[in-house]
Design a protein around this ligand. Structure first.
Ligand code: PXP
Length: 249
């Protein structure tokens, strides 16, 4: 298959992490969203966590108003978050598992084990014209579950791939490739993200069926040294080069 253009969604959570460290309003994630829009990012991703450790409620409307880019709201499957999503109507809602004590989203959503709880939530989001994405491990059971839930998008968790090395990393890449193809064959748009860096992004970007990568922590970290624009442009170049070498125009 000839791959199409791969979208880059930039997760700006950690701009808010730095802001919150001092309790003021600098650096403002809205300014980060504006820079992403200016330098070729295709979307803004933000995770409103239950403990509000980075993005806060008041940020959402400001981020939405700041640029014309689509907002992908990452959210836990709770009534509180559902109500917030329905009020803000982001372009997309990515349902993620969330544990209070975790440092970041550590594993994929157990869409297979939580069908009955997730189904009404997915339907209410879809009824509100919000594109639903499920953040899942690259696993056949979870793709099957996403199909049964009627989710139009899955985001494949690349954390295991990012942490692995050598043969184990190649095996994880093969799983991501197979599951992206399986999702696409079944009419689900596959995305991927978590733990992606300049060093590991290209094999993932080369997976033809993937339509979007969501990348945050590494880009914000790089931005400290080179600026956000340079970091986003570099990531975009690496993604485009990987796509070209896999046959896209
Ligand atoms: N996609 C999802 C669903 C996530 O939860 C995260 C982390 O918040 C990311 C992508 C971005 O991961 P990273 O910050 O490691 O690039």
């Amino acid at each position: 298959m000839t791959p199409g253009r791969l979208r880059l969604g930039v997760n700006i959570d950690h701009v808010a992490t730095i802001r919150n460290a001092r309790g003021g309003d600098h650096p403002d994630p809205v300014r980060a969203a504006e820079i992403v829009a200016m330098c070729g990012g295709d979307g803004i991703t933000a995770h409103l966590r239950e403990d509000r450790r980075h993005i806060r409620d008041a940020d959402l409307a400001r981020i939405q108003a700041a640029t014309g880019l689509p907002l992908n709201l990452e959210m836990a499957a709770t009534e509180e978050m559902l109500e917030i999503a329905l009020r803000h109507k982001p372009h997309a809602a990515c349902i993620v598992p969330e544990r209070r004590e975790e440092r970041t989203t550590e594993g994929g959503l157990d869409a297979a084990g939580q069908h009955n709880r997730l189904y009404p939530m997915v339907q209410r989001l879809l009824d509100a014209d919000i594109r639903v994405s499920l953040f899942i491990a690259p696993d056949v059971r979870q793709i099957d579950a996403a199909l049964r839930l009627g989710a139009p998008v899955v985001e494949l968790h690349t954390g295991e791939y990012a942490h692995a090395t050598g043969e184990a990393q190649l095996a994880e890449l093969a799983r991501l490739t197979d599951m992206a193809a399986l999702a696409a064959r079944n009419g689900i748009e596959p995305h991927a993200g978590h733990g992606l860096t300049y060093d590991n992004v290209q094999p993932v970007a080369g997976i033809a069926e993937l339509a979007e990568l969501n990348i945050g922590h590494y880009l914000i970290g790089e931005a400290v040294f080179v600026g956000l624009e340079t970091a986003v442009v570099r990531m975009r170049e690496l993604m485009d080069a990987a796509r070209r070498s896999h046959g896209a125009g």
